[in-house]
Design a protein around this ligand. Structure first.
Ligand SMILES: [Zn+2]
Ligand SMILES: [Zn+2]
Length: 203
C-alpha cells in the first residue's frame, strides 16, 4: 500500500483496513505465516514537514501453536502501532544523515525510521510494527500443562500412562538441587558476616 507523502493532508488522514484488503491480507500472511487470520486496522497518519507519523491499533485474531503443548489455538491480540518516519534524502544530504545516524537513533529512540523517495510503503510499516509488538510466547491458556516429557502426551487432555514415580523423582532431584544452592549461599553469607565481625573487632 503506497502512500504518497504529499497526499497526506495537513489535518492528517485515517486509514482503515481488514484482512479482506489485499495489501493487509498480504502483510498478515507474511508476518504471521497463516492464511485464515482476521484483522481490523485503524491508523491515523500525520505529516509535519517531511516527517510522517503513523499511529493506531490493530486487532488480530490468529491461530498460533501453543509454545507449551504445541496445539493450535485461537488468539486475540490488540497491538498498538506507533512510528515516525523521516525522509532519507539522496546525495550529500543523505550521506551527512547517515554519518549522524547512530547518534540520531540514540537521541530519537528506536521508533524513528526512514522512508526513501516521496512515498511510504504502509504495508511494510505495519508488518514491522506487528512483528515488534507481538509477544514472543503464545500460550493456549494460563496454566497450560504442556506435554509429558516422557511420552509426549498433551497433559491438558488428562494424565498420561507414565508411572507417577518417574515424575516425582525428577521433581525430587530438582528440589534437592535448589536446597543445595540455598545452603551454599547461606554458608557464603555466614562467612561474610564472620569477616565483618573480625573487621569490627579490630577497630
Ligand atoms: Zn498449551
Ligand atoms: Zn507420559
Amino acid at each position: 500500500m503506497e502512500i504518497f507523502v504529499e497526499d497526506i493532508p495537513e489535518e492528517g488522514m485515517d486509514v482503515e483496513a481488514t484482512e479482506k484488503d489485499v495489501w493487509l491480507g498480504a502483510v498478515l500472511r507474511n508476518s504471521l505465516g497463516e492464511t485464515d487470520c482476521r484483522a481490523k486496522l485503524s491508523l491515523h497518519m500525520t505529516r509535519v514537514e517531511g516527517n510522517v507519523g503513523v499511529d493506531g491499533d490493530v486487532e488480530l485474531i490468529s491461530h498460533p501453536a501453543c509454545d507449551r503443548c504445541l496445539a493450535p489455538f485461537e488468539e486475540s491480540e490488540s497491538l498498538h502501532i506507533h512510528e515516525v518516519l523521516a525522509p532519507l534524502y539522496e546525495s550529500k544530504r543523505q550521506q551527512r544523515l547517515e554519518e549522524n545516524l547512530e547518534i540520531e537513533l540514540v537521541a530519537e529512540d528506536m521508533e524513528f525510521s526512514f522512508y526513501e523517495g516521496d512515498s511510504i510503503d504502509l504495508g511494510e510499516v505495519v508488518r514491522e510494527q506487528i512483528t515488534l509488538a507481538r509477544p514472543m510466547k503464545h500460550l493456549c491458556k494460563e496454566g497450560c500443562k504442556g506435554l509429558c516429557q516422557r511420552c509426549g502426551k498433551n497433559l491438558n487432555e488428562g494424565p498420561c500412562g507414565c508411572p507417577p514415580q518417574e515424575h516425582k523423582s525428577s521433581f525430587g532431584a530438582l528440589k534437592s538441587f535448589q536446597v543445595k544452592g540455598k545452603k551454599a549461599k547461606a554458608k557464603k553469607q555466614a562467612s561474610n558476616e564472620k569477616g565483618a565481625c573480625r573487621g569490627s573487632s579490630k577497630k
